[in-house]
Structure formats: C-alpha cells, structure tokens
Write a protein that binds this ligand. Structure first.
Ligand code: XMP
Length: 326
C-alpha cells in the first residue's frame, strides 16, 4: 500500500458524471504508469477488487491478469459470479483457482478462531504466490486499496484482509481507487457497469464462512451454513431488508440438538441469524426483523437445509458481542 494524501479540494464522487470523469482520468494515469507491461490482481469478488478489475480492464484490457482464489469458504454463487462477470461478460484474463480441498484439508480439526484465520490467510498468500510464479513478465501488482485503508494504516486498526499480500513482492503497485471512500468506489463501480449485487455487496470477512462455521470446520456443516445463508440473503432481498441492513448472515455452531422430522428423531445443528447495523463496525445495533419474516425464514431453513433443525436469532449488540461469532 502506498501512503498518499487525498487533496483537500477533491470533490466527493456522487454522480455518474463525476464517476465517468474519474474513470477517464484513471485510465490515462494507469496507461501512463504501466505502458505495455503486465499487471496482476488478486480478485476476491469484493467491491474494491472488483471495481479495480473493471477499471483496469477498461484501461489495459488483456495486460491485466486477474487471479481468483476460491478458498472454499465463499458464499453460495460468489465464485461463479466472479467468473460470469469478469471472464464471460468483461472478457478478462482471469485465472480461476479452486483451492477448496487445500484449505479445508488444512483446517480439518482446527477449532481455535485465530488459528483458523492464520491458516486461511497464510494459505491464500501461498496459493497466490504459486499462481503468480507460473506467470511471466508481470511488472505490476494492482490492489483494491481504498482511502480508509490508508487512514487506518497508522496501526490503530489491524488491517486483516485475507488479500493482504506481502509488500516485498518486487513489483510496482497500481492502486487506482486509493483516494476514494467506499461510497465513491460504489458509484464508480456502477458507472463501470458492474452488477448491483457486486457493487452494493455487504462486507464479507476475508476468511469468509470459515469464521461462521464455528469451531472445527466440517464439509457437511459448511454446506448447511452456505445453504442457510443463501436462503437468508434471498429472503432479505425479497422483503427489502437487504438494502437496509448493514450486515446479515448465518453462523452454525458445532453442536446438535434433538428434533423431530417426518415422525422420526432428527438431530441437527442450529442456524443462528445475525443482522446488524453500524457505521464503522466498531459498534453495532440489532436490526428488528418482523416476526412474520423470521417465521418464514425459519420454515424455509429447517425444511430445505439438510442438517439444520432449529433457527435462532442473535439479539446481542456490539459491544458486547462482536459482529462475527469468531
Ligand atoms: P467484528 O467481528 O470484529 O467484525 O465485530 C467487524 C467487521 O469486520 C469484519 N471481520 C473481518 N474482516 N477479516 C476481514 O477481512 C477478518 O478476519 C474479519 N473478522 C471480522 C466483520 O465481518 C465485520 O464487518
């Protein structure tokens, strides 16, 4: 990350016109910086890296090489969407690495949250390094650094994105949205024609579902979590809560309770709903979800997701509960 300062007179990008002007300016700047050299980008599918990818595709086309590492802890349909948007629609040079088995094998039996995070972060860098070593003639590394990352780099808040790549890579950095705030990145993303689901995506932790499949991750419980999460997202989309709630997800702990299904004993895990609002993620309040929606979601999850037999609602604000369970 390069530490740069946003000029005081820089206008906040709030409209398509301002975004288009910013894009045109950045295209020129990137072309001047990069020339005919190649640029590598770790594309997670999050807002920032997606906007950088779309901008660089416009500026330098196939000189950009995107690497999307699927760590097996993505939400349902996310890696597929990255491939659809970037490879199929934007014709990007995209390398897709399905590293699910590598990550899940390493995580098997590991219960401790911070150890899980370390394994996921460390393996991510390893996979990315291996992929970049296979490529020839890469001179630049692009990153989705945004202005709050620079402001927070004073050590107050550890930057714990999984995509945090070692700074000792011998490459120049291309960081076209480094002066922008998050809301501006979204306006630019929209102007670049990225789909709303990508541009208005809720924050998603780098270690992904890994910190929501509580305790030691197993493939069957991870699958149940992913399916339950997809139902929650679908229902929040339908009732309009998706555009209103800051972050919402399911966590699945590693214990079972007794239930009954089709007249038989049915042991299953609980799915815990968490839906919070916040400005800066340092504190958070609880969204009041109408009971009819909760009943409907409960009904769908318990009937449609194998292995889940109860749905619970987390009413704990932050503090005292952190947003994630791990
Ligand atoms: P907590 O759980 O600390 O979360 O209240 C605050 C915000 O940070 C996200 N989060 C993470 N993001 N890597 C990330 O990139 C992580 O390890 C991580 N842990 C938490 C969380 O989703 C929330 O938005």
């Amino acid at each position: 990350m390069q530490i740069i300062k946003r000029p005081e007179d820089m206008a906040r990008i709030t409209t398509k016109e301002l975004a288009d002007a910013f894009i045109a300016e950045q295209i020129e700047a990137v072309r001047a910086q990069v020339g005919d050299k190649k640029v590598l980008l770790a594309l997670s599918g999050g807002v920032d890296s997606s906007v950088v990818a779309a901008l660089l595709i416009k500026a330098i086309g196939k000189q950009l090489v995107c690497v999307h590492v699927n760590h097996g802890l993505m939400r349902k349909g996310e890696s597929e969407q990255v491939i659809e948007v970037f490879r199929n629609q934007l014709d990007a040079n995209l390398i897709y690495v399905d590293a699910t088995d590598r990550f899940l094998d390493l995580l098997a039996g590991v219960e401790e949250p911070e150890k899980k995070r370390k394994i996921i972060g460390g393996e991510f860098i390893k996979v990315f390094d291996e992929e970049s070593a296979k490529l020839e003639g890469i001179s630049f590394l692009a990153q989705g650094t945004i202005y709050p990352d620079i402001l927070e780099s004073d050590g107050v808040k550890a930057h714990h994105n999984v995509g945090g790549l070692p700074e000792d890579m011998q490459m120049g950095l291309v960081e076209p949205v480094a002066l922008l705030y998050k809301d501006e990145v979204r306006v630019v993303g929209k102007a670049l024609g990225l789909p709303d689901e990508m541009v208005f995506r809720q924050p998603f932790p780098g270690p992904g579902l890994g910190v929501r499949c509580l305790g030691a991750i197993t493939r069957d419980r991870l699958h149940a979590l992913r399916e339950a999460d997809a139902i929650l997202r679908e229902e929040f989309d339908k009732c309009g809560l998706a555009g209103k709630v800051w972050q919402y997800f399911i966590a699945v702990p590693d214990f079972k309770s007794v239930g009954v299904k089709d007249g038989k004993r049915y042991e299953g895990w609980p799915a815990i709903i968490r839906a919070v609002n916040t400005v800066d993620a340092m504190t958070a309040t609880i969204e009041e979800i109408p009971y009819d929606i909760l009943h409907h979601i409960t009904n769908r999850i318990t009937h449609e997701v194998d292995g889940i037999n109860r749905v619970l609602l987390d009413l704990t604000p932050k503090p005292i509960g952190t947003i994630e369970w791990e």
